[in-house]
Design a protein around this ligand. Sequence first.
Ligand SMILES: [Mn+2]
Length: 332
Amino acid sequence: MTQHQKTMNLSQTIAWLREHQDVLVLTHARPDGDAWGSAVAIRRLMERLGGSARIRLTGWLDPMMRELFPDEPVTFDDPNPPEAQAVVVVDTSAESQLDRDAGFCRSMEDRLLVIDHHAKGDQWAQSCVDATLPSTTALLAKLIIEAGLSLDQDLAEPLLLGLATDTGWFRHANADAGAFALAGRLIEAGARRDRLYQATEGAQHPARLSLMGTALGRLEWLAEGQIAITGLAHDDFVSAGAGAEVLAGVVNEPLSVRGCGVSLLCTEVTPGLVKVSLRSIPDEHGCPILDVAEFAAQFGGGGHRMAAGCRVPGDLSTAMATIRDALMATIS
Ligand SMILES: [Mn+2]
């Protein structure tokens, strides 16, 4: 993973999009609200620019999120290798997050464009990355405006989905003045925030509460309560009858405790492989006590300063011991 050096500006990116037809839109495996919103928005943008695009997803997409845009042409977990004249990858530039499409993307690199807002990722021949923005959809909004298109409901709604979910519905530190200004513009353009909120926050799986209860019951506090860590083992998921997809946002819960600045949630969905989600919030000086993206990079992961992820091999207790040791070594 390397820091992005130079990327295409908005007008170069629009020019690239205008030049390419029959575009396949990819995003990271198990798309979240920003990934799905970005995929829908770029597909609709391509259509406005006179091209055509279709979306290919891998992993799992929340059915409620799918239902927000039910008419979008999407292939899901298609085992056949994709075919396309050109490719746009949204909301990630990390090869590892592209799962089994990573090799395909490298083979298409001369006809591939990455549009992303993550500070760390892999280098690509063509990319438009702005890590100062709270969501990939915020970058797409800039592109749409740059292209001289008006924001209408069809474009604004998927854009607001990504902006709202990546900012934790405007609660996280990345919900800056620009995020609120863009939200106002999108709502003015017809984006229905109540519909988006209901689909993302008001439609949880019952297993979420039982897994969350187990995870919160096991919370460990490190560094005098500044760091919270907990985990769920493979057996926990088996008995709950659900996977980690029902746990979105649960990692943030310990951050509601006074003095807690970092939270880690370890999940062993696949036996012997533990996925770690990391979150941090700024202290009184505006700095997180731990740059979680930097920490996750030790394990080949990545993300933002305040939200990151990585994978650690081993069963839950082995992986958590590894993480605990690394945490203590990092903050001491
Ligand atoms: Mn994002």
